[in-house]
Design a protein around this ligand. Structure first.
Ligand code: C5P
Length: 423
């Protein structure tokens, strides 16, 4: 059996932090999955672990600034950057993230990260206050915008007797994220995206065979007049990823999608809509379904009246736009007495009190499960490529997943729902 990272070359940049010791375990785990690992230690990293230990575990020479200055001709930073299929930065310290975000090439690690075109995954680890500092939030948003993947940090007890997000993701989680990254970025025309990988969490092919699945995704556009509308920042990526994963798991999928700029997922019946009322009508028309997942960011309000001609501004007069509430599509379907899907899943994008709000929502709406995600600056950027989700059940139980790429969240959710639906 081929291993999931067989023949993959990973350059592992180890940053300077107390969590650097876990990078040694990561080397072992990546190699177990078949990867060749070349370690590169920053000066800070060498305060915590030695190049010798990293080299011994990797079975390869470890690179450091000192080595490279002396022997740039032997293996230069450009070659280091090129001779890899992916670069993993673990632990990614606040300082390394800052250097990456500003494109500073002040040491070997930062230079290689600037010179590369291969996919990059960072596993941040730092003091909770450093993680929450606006400067780190900005750098994180910049890096995500540049296409850098992020795994973790996890929440938990930290050095200095503090608690909160900032702990390095577990080596197995980082290795999972490497697999996802390399699978996603590997062009595989003609194959499903499950090809070549078999993590335990991925939806098994056929797990939803014979099931009808309904997914809503994207924002809604609520017209004000022929040229203006009310909208939100939803990209549709998470809902579309769920629809794609459900189709890959064998389901008959209808995706009711608001206006998005991403492609239709393969193997899915897409019903494009603009407004919340259109979305409700399309959802009702798609019933019956075994599983309904409401991932759309439906506008809560719409202009009471959509004008036929463009509204003119009128000096001091207040904007002539009164709002009325939109129908709640999730609640309408969850509370149906006929044709209620067996499993109705809602989403909750919250900026604060994520779990308490999700627990209240599940009761108010009558759904079976809420997938809550933190869209505050500390949780992740709405419209970004990664997501940190908490699964909240009707009994109030919570399962928190590490920060993952939205495609991977989609696959794991589908596997989870398939398990709940049973055989
Ligand atoms: O009430 P809130 O908007 O926070 O609830 C979010 C959940 O409800 C999501 O699953 C969303 O798709 C769904 N929803 C809906 N129709 C609305 C508002 C929200 O289906 N009008």
């Amino acid at each position: 059996m081929t291993r999931p990272l067989q023949n993959r070359r990973i350059l592992l940049v180890i940053g300077g932090g107390i969590a650097a010791y876990k990078a040694l375990d990561l080397i072992r785990r990546l190699r177990e999955r078949g990867a060749a690992v070349r370690p590169l230690l920053t000066a800070g990293a060498q305060e915590f672990v030695t190049p010798l230990a990293a080299a011994a575990l990797a079975g390869e020479r470890a690179h450091t600034d000192l080595f490279d200055r002396a022997e740039e001709a032997d293996i230069g930073h450009i070659k280091l950057a090129r001779d890899a299929d992916a670069i993993v930065v673990a632990p990614a310290t606040a300082s390394l993230m800052a250097r990456m975000a500003t494109g500073e090439a002040s040491d070997l690690a930062a230079t290689v990260l600037l010179a590369t075109t291969v996919p990059i995954l960072i596993a941040p680890a730092m003091n909770v206050r450093m993680w929450q500092h606006p400067a780190t939030r900005r750098n994180l948003a910049t890096l995500r915008g540049d296409g850098v993947r992020v795994v973790g940090p996890n929440e938990g007890a930290m050095a200095e007797a503090e608690f909160g997000p900032g702990r390095l993701a577990e080596p197995s989680e980082i290795a999972d994220a490497v697999e996802v990254m390399l699978t996603d970025s590997r062009p595989a025309p003609g194959f499903g995206f499950l090809a070549g990988r078999e993590p335990a969490e991925a939806a098994k092919a056929g797990a939803l065979a014979g099931r009808r699945v309904l997914v809503t995704s994207g924002p809604t556009h609520e017209p004000i007049d022929p040229v203006r509308y009310l909208a939100n920042r939803s990209s549709g990526r998470q809902g579309h990823a769920i629809a794609a994963a459900a189709a890959a798991a064998g389901a008959d999928v209808t995706l009711v999608a608001g206006p998005v700029s991403i492609p239709d997922p393969p193997g899915v019946r897409v019903v494009p809509v603009e407004t919340a009322r259109d979305m409700l009508a399309a959802v009702e028309a798609a019933l019956p379904a075994d599983l309904a997942i409401f991932a759309a960011a439906v506008g809560d309000w719409r202009p009471a009246e959509a004008r036929d001609s463009k509204i003119k501004k009128d000096g001091a007069a207040p904007a002539p736009v009164a709002l009325v509430e939109n129908p709640d599509i999730l609640a309408a379907i969850a509370q149906r007495t006929t044709d209620r899907p067996r499993l109705v899943v809602g989403f909750a994008a919250e900026t604060d009190s994520v779990l308490d709000n999700a627990r209240a929502k599940i009761v108010r709406k009558g759904c079976d499960l809420i997938v809550a995600n933190d869209v505050s600056p500390a949780g992740g950027v709405m419209g970004g490529s990664a997501n940190t989700v908490h699964l909240v059940g009707r009994d109030g139980t919570v399962e928190t997943w590490p920060t993952l790429d939205k495609d991977e969240v989609g696959r794991r959710l589908v596997a989870h729902f398939a398990g709940l639906l049973g055989t």
